[in-house]
Design a binder for this molecule. Structure first.
Ligand SMILES: [Zn+2]
Length: 413
């Protein structure tokens, strides 16, 4: 079944967009529906590419509102890890379903996920119709390297047959929770199978100091020494990364995903140095991090925080402009994150923004999206030519909210 959206606004021009077999078949001023198409009248809504959430832990919607206003390590050790030890696949499924619904509602159609029971997240992604790169979190801090390898293989196995919307990845949690030998092994496995790797890096200053003390190198150089810094690597955070490390990251072709809201909530004491990363040529994306540490998954709202944090940290309002911030949020600045363009042949993923939205009624669209809008301006979300949200309504959302509350209660959250 083909879908044609008519009467949309793209860069100020009335256009149609026709989708067939999950891809954009045609887009432009003369494009109209063909006989048999499902037709959607956009009513003059702005047509824009969707957002890519470059780093999250989807099922952590279960932990929303239970953060306790703590710093990173006490938060993990007191609030998160003891409860995660009790998580079932069903808990993860419903937490991830809620995350998918929230992301679709606020304009995200692809996300990068690191979480327990990755098969449950994959099932939630498939049921929601969204896209994701998923990795089982790999730790050997409280276990053995053998257990870590088993977890990695099992994660890849269960994700392998999950359909085209799921990309399997390796997800070592961090350099302070995974041993040197295991990190090296993960680097080798990634190279051998061409698998993406996502890892938290340089989130806190303490992590950098500990790395220097234990390994005699800053975190990016340490990762590189272990063969884990390549064009397949996505580094979450990079708050405390320095110019020499940025040059190395750029040379290796790795991507950095900044998560400004989670960083501010956990008060990591710094801001990701985006102007320096841009100067070095590092591909940069934007993430929310999990709802346990954000606590929202509205990437469009976080985009404002990202831009403002950059301006504020640089004491310079020109440190980043709206067009560049928008490119970061849509993944256009970091090709490895999997964003697609609004052009024939590309996957049919796009958004229609409410034409009557007060935040978008006057002025320049991109500036309004960055500085005035939140996810509430998204009216329609389409993934692979399927309308997953229309008029701000997502099917099953009511049931999902009820089920998440039940699972949260079971876990004592
Ligand atoms: Zn994270």
């Amino acid at each position: 079944m083909a879908l044609t959206v008519e009467n949309a606004l793209l860069d100020g021009e009335r256009v149609g967009i026709r989708c067939a077999d999950g891809a954009i078949a045609a887009i432009g001023p003369g494009v109209v529906a063909e006989p048999g198409d499902e037709v959607l009248d956009a009513g003059g809504a702005h047509l824009v590419p969707p957002l890519v959430n470059g780093h999250t832990h989807a099922a952590m919607t279960l932990f929303r509102g239970s953060g306790g206003d703590l710093p990173l390590m006490p938060w993990l050790e007191e609030k998160i890890w003891p409860i995660e030890a009790k998580l079932s696949a069903e808990d993860v499924y419903w937490g991830a379903r809620l995350a998918c619904a929230e992301m679709l509602r606020s304009g995200t159609t692809r996300f990068w996920d690191m979480y327990w029971h990755p098969e449950a997240t994959a099932r939630a992604v498939a049921d929601a119709g969204i896209r994701a790169t998923i990795g089982a979190p790999l730790f050997d801090l409280h276990g053995s390297p053998e257990q870590l390898r088993e977890m990695a293989h099992r994660g890849l196995e269960v994700l392998a047959g999950c359909g085209p919307e799921i990309t399997p990845a390796l997800a070592p949690h961090a350099i302070y929770t995974v041993s040197e030998g295991s990190l090296r092994w993960i680097g080798e496995l990634s190279a051998e199978r061409g698998l993406p790797v996502q890892i938290h890096l340089s989130e806190t200053e303490g992590e950098v100091q500990d790395c220097l003390a234990a390994h005699g190198a800053r975190p990016a150089f340490y990762l590189d020494r272990l063969g884990l810094l390549s064009e397949r690597t996505v580094l979450a955070h990079g708050v405390w990364i320095n110019p020499e490390e940025l040059a190395l990251v750029a040379e290796r072709g790795a991507t950095i995903v900044t998560n400004p809201v989670a960083n501010m909530k956990l008060a990591v004491g710094g801001v990701f140095p985006h102007p320096a990363a841009r100067a070095a040529g590092v591909p940069v994306g934007l993430g929310t991090d999990g709802a346990g540490s954000n606590d929202s998954l509205d990437l469009l709202a976080d985009l404002k925080t990202f831009a403002l944090a950059q301006k504020h940290a640089a004491a310079d309002p020109t440190a980043i402009d709206a067009a560049e911030a928008w490119a970061v949020a849509t993944g256009a600045g970091a090709p490895r994150l999997g964003a697609t363009r609004l052009e024939p042949g590309a996957p049919a993923d796009f958004l229609l923004l409410r034409p009557d939205s007060p935040e978008l009624g006057i002025g320049e669209l991109t500036a309004n999206l960055v500085y005035a809008a939140s996810g509430a301006v998204v009216d329609t979300t389409v993934v692979a030519g399927r309308v997953l949200m229309r008029g701000g309504e997502i099917e099953d959302l009511e049931e999902i909210v009820v089920r998440v509350a039940e699972h949260g209660e079971r876990l004592g959250l």
